[in-house]
Design a protein around this ligand. Structure first.
Ligand code: TPP
Ligand code: MG
Length: 587
C-alpha cells in the first residue's frame, strides 16, 4: 500500500504536483524502515544513537526492565551509585567535564526525591542530563501502591522539560526531543518518567535520528563594528571571564581581547570551572562574592565586559549592590536569561562567546589607533605589578610562615596540595573556608583543570569527581573537600573504589562547619555554636574510606603532607587523605 502511494506521488511530483507531500513521504518518519522493539530496548538504543556513553543509576523494582536490557547494550556503561543524590552528582560531573549528553536512571519517587539537591546543582551548572525514573505500570498508580507518586510534578521545577511516556510509539519522539532540549543552549537537565508497561510493551518503531541546534552564532558585522568602537573608547575596561569561555575553549581569544584592550580580567564569582588562565598577565584572580569588595574592585573601571559569565551572581544578602552606579555593561552569553536580568546592559548579545570573539578580534586590531595601543600596553604594565601571579607570590610568603603550625593551617595544606599536583591534574573544590586559599595558589590552566562548588548545594564534590574522572580518563583528579561537605556525598567513595579511578580525596577536617560559625559570628554577633561541630564523636574518615575499599591515611603533622599527597596521587588508585587542620576557633 505504502509502495503504491509512493509510486503515485512520484508520478504526480514529476508532473510538478504535490511536491511537498512527496518529500514528506520520502523523508518523514512514517516511511522510514521500522523495526520491532520492546520499550526498554528502544530506550537504550535511542540513548546510544544520541551519543550517550554512560548511564548513571541506582536500580529498584520499577527499573528492572531497564536492568534487563543493560547487558544487551555494552556501548552504554552503567555506573552504579549507592544513593540517588550521588548518582546525579556523578552524572553532573561527567557532563561538566565533557559537555556531553549523559543519562541517569533513578528509582521512582523516593529516588528522585533523594536526587533533588543534586538536580538543583545540575540545573545551576546547565548540565545536559536526561534524567529518567522508573514508574509503575500505567494506571496502577491509582491504587496508590508503596513507592508511588506522580513523578513529572516532582521533577518539573528543576528541569527544562518533564514528561511521562504514555504510548510506546511516543518513545522515539520523546527521547529525541529530550536530547535536543538538554543540549540546546542554555543547556540543562530534562526528565522522563518511564512506566513499566511502556518498557515492556512492543511495537514496530522508527527510531528517527538526532537533531542538534547550531548555536554557534555571533552578532552582525555592523553590531561588532559598533562594539569595537565602544570597547576602544573605554579608558579603564574590565573583563569578567565566565564559564562559557572554558566550555567553548575560548581562553586564547579572551586573553587576546584583554591584551588588545589593556583590560583587567577577573574570574566570575561562581567557581563553575577554570574560567580564565590565571597566569595571563592581565588576570587579577577571583572576583569573590563579597558585595562591598566587588563594588570597590570594580569602581575604578569605566566599562564592564561580561564574557560568557553570569553578571555578578552573589550568595548571602548585602544591602550593598556589587555593581557600581552607572557602570556601563557589555554582556556576551549564550544564556539569554542572564542578559539584562539584574542590570541595564548597553550591549547585550545572545551569542557563542568563541565565535563572537574570533570575529571581534580582527575588527579591534584593524581599528585600534597607535595611541590606543600604547595606552593599552601602559595599563597592562600597571596590572602586572598586582596580578594573580604577584598575589600568589605574596600568599606563598605569608603562608610559609605557618609551615610548622599544629594543628595544620588549612592555608598551608592548600599550598602543599597545589605543589604536589602533576601538570595534568584536575582539581575539584568543595572546600568552603579553605577555598579562598586554594584559589590563591591554584592556577587555572586548561579549561578542564578545575571544577568548583558552583550552586552552593553541598554534595557535588565527592561523587562529582567520579563523573569528572570518567569524562577525562588518564588525568589524576584531586578533590579538596571539607569534612562537613564530604558527608553529603560519602557513598561516592564506594563507586570510586569499585571503578578504581585515579582520585585522591583530601578531607580538610576541622571537625566543624567552620563557615557557618564564622557567618553566625559576623552577622549575628554570637559565638554560641549549636549544631556546627562534629567532635563528639569525631568522624573517622580513614575508617570510612577503608570500609568502602579505598586506601587511606590521616595526616596530623605538616611535615608529612608532601609525601602523603605525592604517594596518593602517584599511585593512580582511589585514595583518601584525612588532614586534621585548625578549626579557626582555637582547636
Ligand atoms: C545541601 C546543603 N546543606 C547545607 C548547606 C549549608 N552549609 C553551607 S556550608 C556548610 C558547612 C560546610 O562545612 P565543611 O565542608 O566542613 O567546610 P568548613 O566550613 O568547615 O570549611 C553547610 C552545612 C548547604 N550549603 N548545602
Ligand atoms: Mg569543616
Amino acid at each position: 500500500m505504502a509502495f503504491l502511494k509512493f509510486m503515485l506521488l512520484t508520478v504526480f511530483a514529476t508532473l510538478g504536483i504535490v511536491r511537498s507531500e512527496t518529500t514528506t513521504l520520502m523523508q518523514g518518519p512514517s516511511d522510514m524502515p521500522k523495526k520491532r522493539y520492546t520499550g526498554r530496548a528502544a530506550f537504550m538504543q535511542l540513548l546510544i544513537d544520541e551519543g550517550v556513553t554512560h548511564l548513571f543509576g541506582n536500580p529498584g523494582t520499577t527499573e528492572l526492565a531497564i536492568m534487563e536490557a543493560v547487558p544487551q547494550f555494552p556501548e552504554l556503561t552503567y555506573v552504579l551509585g549507592l544513593q540517588e543524590s550521588a548518582v546525579v552528582s556523578m552524572a553532573d560531573g561527567f557532563a561538566r567535564a565533557s559537555n556531553k549528553l549523559v543519562a541517569v536512571n533513578l528509582h521512582c519517587a523516593p529516588g528522585l526525591g533523594h536526587a533533588m539537591g543534586a538536580l538543583y546543582s545540575a540545573k545551576f551548572s546547565g548540565s545536559p542530563l536526561i534524567i529518567t525514573a522508573g514508574q509503575y505500570e500505567l494506571g496502577y498508580g491509582l491504587q496508590e501502591p508503596l513507592l508511588y507518586e506522580p513523578l513529572v510534578p516532582l521533577a518539573q521545577p528543576l528541569v527544562k522539560w518533564a514528561v511521562e511516556v504514555t504510548r510506546i510509539q511516543d518513545l522515539p519522539r520523546i527521547v529525541r526531543r529530550a536530547a535536543k532540549i538538554a543540549l540546546t543552549p542554555p543547556t540543562g537537565p530534562v526528565f522522563i518518567s518511564l512506566p513499566g508497561s511502556i518498557l515492556d510493551d512492543e511495537a514496530e518503531l522508527d527510531l528517527g535520528s538526532p537533531t542538534r541546534v547550531d548555536a554557534s552564532n555571533r552578532p552582525s558585522d555592523e553590531a561588532l563594528d559598533r562594539l569595537a568602537d565602544r570597547l576602544l573608547h573605554a579608558q579603564h575596561p574590565v573583563i569578567i571571564a565566565g564559564r562559557e569561555l572554558a566550555n567553548h575553549d575560548a581562553f586564547s581569544e579572551a586573553g587576546e581581547l584583554a591584551e588588545l584592550l589593556g583590560a583587567a580580567v577577573y574570574q566570575e564569582p561562581v567557581p563553575y570551572n577554570a574560567r580564565f588562565p590565571s597566569t595571563h598577565r592581565a588576570c587579577m584572580g577571583d572576583l569573590t562574592r563579597n558585595q562591598p569588595k566587588v563594588r570597590e574592585t570594580l569602581q575604578p573601571y569605566d566599562l564592564l565586559v561580561c564574557l560568557g559569565a553570569d553578571l555578578l551572581r552573589m550568595s548571602p544578602y548585602s544591602p550593598v549592590d556589587p555593581l557600581p552606579e552607572e557602570m556601563p555593561v557589555v554582556h556576551i552569553t549564550e544564556r539569554d536569561w542572564e542578559l539584562g536580568k539584574n542590570y541595564p546592559t548597553e550591549f547585550a548579545f545572545r551569542a557563542d562567546v568563541k565565535t563572537t570573539l574570533s570575529a571581534l578580534l580582527p575588527v579591534l586590531r584593524s581599528k585600534r589607533s597607535s595611541e590606543q595601543a600604547s595606552q593599552a600596553s601602559q595599563r597592562l604594565s600597571e596590572l602586572e605589578t598586582r596580578n594573580w601571579c604577584v598575589q600568589r607570590d605574596n600568599a606563598r610568603k605569608q603562608t610559609s610562615e605557618t609551615a610548622t603550625s599544629k594543628p595544620i593551617d588549612p592555608r598551608y595544606l592548600m599550598m602543599r596540595l597545589v605543589n604536589a599536583l602533576p601538570h595534568n591534574a584536575i582539581v575539584v573544590e568543595e572546600a568552603l573556608t579553605a577555598a579562598p586559599a586554594l584559589a590563591s595558589f591554584l592556577p587555572m590552566q586548561d579549561p578542564n583543570s578545575f571544577y568548583g562548588l558552583a550552586s552552593g548545594g553541598l554534595g557535588f564534590g565527592l561523587p562529582g569527581a567520579i563523573g569528572i574522572s570518567l569524562a577525562q580518563p588518564g588525568r589524576p583528579v584531586v578533590v579538596a573537600i571539607g569534612d562537613g561537605s564530604a558527608m553529603y556525598g560519602i557513598q561516592g567513595l564506594w563507586t570510586a573504589a569499585h571503578l578504581r579511578l585515579p582520585i585522591t580525596y583530601v578531607i580538610i577536617n576541622n571537625r566543624s562547619y567552620r563557615i557557618i560559625k564564622e557567618r553566625l559570628l559576623a552577622s549575628r554577633k554570637t559565638d554560641r555554636f549549636i549544631a556546627m561541630d562534629m567532635k563528639d564523636p569525631p568522624i573517622d574518615f580513614v575508617s570510612l574510606a577503608r570500609g568502602m575499599g579505598l586506601k587511606a591515611c590521616c595526616v596530623t603533622d605538616p611535615g608529612d603532607l608532601d609525601s602523603a599527597l605525592r604517594d596518593a596521587i602517584e599511585s593512580g588508585a582511589p585514595n583518601l587523605i584525612e588532614v586534621l587542620v585548625a578549626d579557626g576557633f582555637g582547636a
